[in-house]
Design a protein. Sequence first.
Length: 599
Amino acid sequence: MTSAHSAPSSFLQRAFPWIVCMLLVLFLGSSIFRGAPKSDSGFDYDAFGRIPVSAEGRTKPLDTVARNALMQISGKQSVELSMPASHHDNADVEAGRKERKVEAIEWLAWVMTRSQEAADFPVFRIDHPDVLGTIGLAGTDRKRFSLNELLPNVAEIDEQASRALNVPAKQRDPFQRHIANLDDQLTTYALITRSDTPYFVPPLTQEEDWQSASSAAQNAPSHPGFVSIEQIMLRHQSDDVEAFNEAVKNHLNLVAKTNGRATSRANVEVIFNRAKPFLNAAVLYVLAFLLALFSVLFSCMQTKQGWADALGRAALGVIFISFVMHTIGLGTRIYLQGRPPVTNLYSSAIFVGWGCVLLGMFLERLFRIGIGSIVASAVGFATLIIAHNLSSGGDTMQMMQAVLDSNFWLATHVVVITIGYSATFLAGALAIVYILMGVLTLALNKERATALSKMIYGVICFASLMSFVGTVLGGIWADQSWGRFWGWDPKENGAVLIVMMNLLILHARWGGMIKQRGMAVLAVFGNIITAWAWFGTNMLGVGLHSYGFTNSAAFWLIVFVASQLLIMTVGTLPQRLWMSDPKQPGSQSMPSLKQAVSI
């Protein structure tokens, strides 16, 4: 078997990876650096979204507040709405209304300044039929409803939500969960319309704090920040485009003079929101996975070796571009938070994927058989999807609990233990490839099986080191924070289980109790242990690391565990039932380690 990256045989094959990568770079550059969507009305909502505010314990741009609020209420960051036609619109004014895509920041401006008209916007997403029955809307095919449609039944919603909240989260039925969620949506909407959140009025001195507009109206009506914000709201309410844009500009200048750091971070966060680096990276990981998969398939065909190499190089190039986007997103979050990369479950998913992709690219560079690219792209995509689903609850960069508010330990224990997660998952993913390739294809010959086993073994060694060091550092942190090194907390138990699982595999391999296939099967079980330590322990509702129970997370964790058990079962099937024979040499040879690292 030849290297998946031997010299291509034609100009097109040599140029193909460069063409793919150049097109992707041009596409990403145009999407990232293009300006904000322009409103037909002429209102500068881009500048409005850059206004720094304080909410949920941190300073952020108003654009982020708008996106989080609309995501919580509607499940999307933009909505199709029938907007009242302004005399500034190019649409037919006589028609009265126009259907168009409305960005979150424009929706927020309407809710804050023209709440009566905004109350007709169908933005509240309701999926459960019994909830629709409660508010008198049973039988409709729609999923989104306006505030005015909900107002006649607000008292009933509040009563049902109060009953649901008295039931422990684990015991709530689907109706109770959905009615409580609807009540949260209404509360968020009400806080915005009452100007209770976010805190608009900036501090002008070090002694001052951020204030909400409603609070400043009562306690400091002459505050320059409040006067400036009031002008913005009044000008939007009166549909005065030029005065609104000028008022926004003046307010940004005012905040920049006294809160320059908040202004610069707000500008960066607006660009970050618009660029969507993690979404772009996830899409590119899918493309890289397909390229790598076809590269491996073609490498099994004697007549397609040139294209196998071209596709393999293209896949690795796309993964690198995706990894750069992934890294930019991660680095931007570090800058905005002023914290190390892992501060909550969302950021841990981002970082686990980042670590897996980095290790996968290294393995591909070392062995050059396409498997590293397949695993890196697959795990990178999966972890970004997990992160995306974790982001639906609101701000992913909000303040941490006091015991976690330590940059030193976040940069040591948390980062190291999360790298241990990454490595253990990567070993499990490689093991899945070993099993499925052996059972379902003819591609797992002796050379590929040996290379895969070396990958799994090496990654498990690295995972053992990181998991052990991270666990010890966690004990030291616990001793400083809670006065004890070890307390058999579920999260602590999960961490030590990862260490024990990895060491069990290594000792079984060294002792000859397992060989290639046995190591692969046990590495898949490592996925289960790591997933439990990462997510499962948080759902128990006990211990110092309990971050809350969610039914959707529990469901997908069960599905994941079941899938891994199924793969383990398949891996233990008798060798005669496998399509491939890992002991059968291929028709060509693998590159040596010296050849692999010298290219």
